[in-house]
Design a protein. Structure first.
Length: 278
């Protein structure tokens, strides 16, 4: 049976130490505007994440399976382990991690045709698949994995902003479960997973820095940013785009601080979900 772990950052601030990582202290954030100063569709403060839930074992047939829900965004992440690697990596003694991403036709308010109907994968899909794959390869020891390929399939069941960051966060959990099964089976002596990682969005809407944008906020953001961060605090990816107006270096720093705060909450939720599943 799937096991669901619900984590609401507005109700609990988990701080679970990772024995393998020395976690730096979270930065001191700028004072977030009060609810009287800024309106968000769900009533969150500017620096608050949406509630997140991980349902582990959602698909029984996958080596690692997680349904991640962040607010109204739901992404199913399944990990598959296959023997062998792409041709250009054969006889290297190293493994490979890749990802595929897609959205169900009615994941959005109006139906989006399947990409198979159009006969090709769209540019946005290619970009997101590559982002997920790059992010996950940053935390896997390919030599320790051996000549195996890990495929992460991330399918958006419902989209309300932040689907790519939710996919990375959920795929990290699915990856951990799949590699743990290799160790449990005696195939590997130790997990090739160096550490966990997670991702979130942050942006500037109506001049205010907001964490974890829902679709209504993301669609009218002046600046949109995605951040992928390791449990150790290292940054894997930062994508900041000025959609309408430019942003200052001070705003960039503040957005990174907001993102770090949110990602630390996601990492804590990941650890809690994995602990509850064992």
């Amino acid at each position: 049976m799937p096991r669901s772990n619900y984590y609401n950052p507005a109700m609990a601030r988990l701080s679970i130490p990772d024995p393998l990582q020395t976690t730096p202290q979270a930065p001191t954030l700028p004072v977030a505007p009060t609810s009287a100063q800024i309106f968000r569709p769900d009533g969150r403060p500017a620096d608050a994440m949406r509630p997140v839930r991980f349902t582990i074992g959602y698909v029984a047939t996958a080596e690692g399976s997680v349904l991640i829900e962040t607010g109204n965004t739901r992404v199913l992440c399944n990990a598959t382990i296959e023997t062998g690697v792409p041709g250009w990596m054969r006889n290297s003694g190293r493994g490979w991690v890749t990802a595929e991403y897609g959205m169900l036709p009615r994941a959005t308010l109006t139906r989006t045709p399947r990409e198979s109907e159009r006969g090709k994968v769209g540019g946005r899909t290619h970009e997101i698949q590559r982002l997920i794959g790059r992010s996950l390869r940053a935390v896997v020891d390919m030599k320790a994995l051996g000549e195996r390929t890990l495929i992460l399939d991330c399918d958006v069941l419902q989209a309300d902003g932040g689907t790519r960051t939710a996919a990375i966060t959920g795929a990290s959990v699915a990856l951990s479960i799949a590699l743990g099964k290799l160790v449990a089976a005696g195939t590997l002596k130790a997990s090739p997973l160096r550490q966990m990682l997670a991702a979130t969005s942050v942006g500037i809407v109506d001049g205010n820095i907001l964490l974890d944008l829902a679709y209504e906020e993301d669609s009218r953001a002046d600046v949109d940013m995605n951040v992928v961060m390791l449990a150790s605090g290292g940054l894997v990816e930062t994508q900041a785009t000025a959609e309408r107006v430019s942003y200052t270096r001070a705003q960039l720093t503040a957005m990174l601080d907001y993102a770090e705060k949110g990602i630390r909450e996601l990492l804590a939720a990941q650890r809690a979900a994995l602990a509850a599943a064992t």
